[in-house]
Design a protein around this ligand. Structure first.
Ligand code: NAD
Length: 475
């Protein structure tokens, strides 16, 4: 059991003002693995006060001191590799290989990359008759989802600490224990008390409390568009700055000279990785008409290479959905696809054979999907791929750009001109050509309804800063 019924405020674990608990469930077994405290507004007030008290001195530390701190955090994070993997597997149902190769290092990479960039980051600038100084924004409220428990918290925390801001973090109630482990990391790294505060609890109490709190200067949120809207509405009341990392419906544009097996495997890996619960997942494969039949055959040939099953089994590629609610949502979308004029290639509703316990879905692929169909427009957040055909590249780019989102885009193919034209024409915050690995120093964030603001690296640090112009400063 991972019971953790206290909040971390001003450098120590403290009891909640009330005794209400929230159960945490392992989605692979449907069993309770622990509980957390359902925090109150009073708990949040104490955490915000601790962050406010810590701000004057932390914001005056040097960037070298903060870069050293980030490196110490990364060292302590690495020492707890096995613990992180175990916790993320249990609370998210994330398969052991995916957890080890993707979930675990993502959090670590943010601390390392930010430490390196911070050493060269300029907090001052001179131009014309101005001296520009970038000050830490103040107290930041951080709200995170469940699908990458250390990644989303770590990118926000690394940027905040680099900038000299202090924080209150509210993780998702589905995956709260990775944040408890992060707290252990910060203590071991010697983070000054009050710089980091953790309050567990529901979105409607703690999340809402953060976005409307008069003593919080900035809200950095990752999650769904609906909640993002509520946060903006609350933050608007006192003109609080917000950064929103929201959903996506990202395209994979397959060029006509792409290797068809490579393209099909790329598409399957997007819906199978993290069970399709990835904001940047490529869930629309946009394929040349002339390649369609071969592409569908390649999907059928390769889909069994991404087995759904027990997260602890090393041969498992795809685990369960996070919760019964999320499983039902995915099932409804699969039914919507079946009821449309699209063709079901593989998968469908119900649980995969032999996986009756756990919130497992089948890897599901539809073809003959029209660009405006519901399953091609709405974020499903599950293992469902829509295949759409195109006649020429301009049409492919139009289809790719034809949603309310703009978080990521993928291009698969060989011709350098067409790869470049497509990559540069996609209206999204992150474009990946032929599965190039992520660059943790480059900005991450969305166009349109995928969000506002950027995370990762120096762009992430900028979010936690306020530029101040001074004219007439004596030289
Ligand atoms: P969610 O919006 O339901 O919850 C996210 C967080 O917000 C949780 O901590 C939740 O408790 C909190 N919350 C809920 N109601 C709130 C309220 N009224 N005020 C303040 N906070 C509240 O999202 P989720 O289901 O946890 O995550 C899935 C969504 O997150 C998907 O839409 C996905 O695309 C998005 N996401 C985006 C990114 C990105 O970087 N762009 C990354 C991961 C996930």
């Amino acid at each position: 059991m991972y019971n953790h019924i206290q909040h971390y405020i001003n450098g120590q674990w403290v009891d909640s003002t009330e005794n209400e608990m929230i159960d945490v469930i392992n989605p692979a077994t449907e069993e309770k693995i622990g509980e957390i405290s359902s925090g109150t507004k009073e708990d949040l007030d104490k955490a915000v006060q601790a962050a406010r008290d810590a701000f004057p001195s932390f914001s005056q530390t040097t960037k070298e001191e903060r870069a050293d701190l980030l490196d110490r955090i990364a060292d302590e994070y690495e020492k707890r590799k096995d613990k992180f993997i175990e916790v993320i597997m249990e609370e998210l149902g994330s398969p052991v290989n995916f957890t080890t190769e993707v979930q675990y290092p993502m959090g670590l990479n943010h601390f390392r990359a930010t430490a390196k960039l911070l050493r060269d980051f300029d907090f001052t600038e001179e131009r014309e008759n101005s001296f520009i100084q970038k000050d830490a924004i103040g107290v930041a409220g951080l709200i995170t989802p469940w699908n990458f428990p250390t990644n989303q918290a770590s990118t926000k925390l690394a940027s905040a600490f680099a900038a000299g801001s202090t924080v209150v973090l509210k993780p998702s109630t589905e995956t709260p224990f990775a944040a408890v482990l992060l707290t252990e990391v910060f203590e071991a790294a010697g983070l000054p008390k009050g710089v980091f505060n953790l309050v567990n609890g529901t979105g409607s109490t703690i999340g809402d409390g953060i976005s409307s709190h008069p003593d919080i200067d900035f809200v950095s949120f990752t999650g769904s568009g609906g909640v993002g809207t509520k946060i903006m509405e609350n933050a608007a009341q006192d003109i609080k700055k917000v950064s929103l990392e929201l959903g996506g419906k990202s395209p994979i544009v397959v060029l006509d000279d792409a290797d068809v097996d490579y393209a099909a495997k790329t598409a399957i890996s997007h819906i199978a990785g993290n069970t399709g619960q990835v904001c940047t997942a490529g869930t629309r494969a946009i394929v040349p008409e002339s390649m369609h039949d071969d592409f569908i055959q390649a999907i059928k040939n390769h889909i069994s290479e991404y087995p759904v099953g027990d997260p602890k089994d090393k041969s498992t590629f795809t685990g369960p959905q996070i919760s019964e609610d999320q499983w039902k949502t995915v099932q409804d979308y699969i039914q919507t696809g079946i009821d449309s004029e699209a063709t079901l290639v593989t998968g469908g509703t119900g649980k995969p054979e032999g996986l009756e316990t756990g919130y497992y879905s089948k890897l599901t692929v539809f073809t003959n999907v029209k660009p405006d169909d519901t399953i091609a427009q709405e974020e499903i957040f599950g293992p469902v791929l829509s295949v759409i055909t195109y006649k020429d590249l301009d049409e492919a780019i139009d289809v790719a750009n034809g949603t309310i989102y703009g978080l990521a885009g993928y291009v698969v193919g060989n011709d350098p001109d067409n790869l470049t034209k497509t990559a540069r024409s996609l209206r999204s915050g992150r474009i990946v050509v032929n599965n190039e690995p992520a660059d943790f120093t480059a900005p991450f964030g969305g166009f349109q309804q995928s969000g506002i603001g950027r995370e990762w690296g120096d762009y992430g640090i900028e979010e936690f800063l306020e530029p101040k112009t001074i004219v007439g400063l004596p030289s």
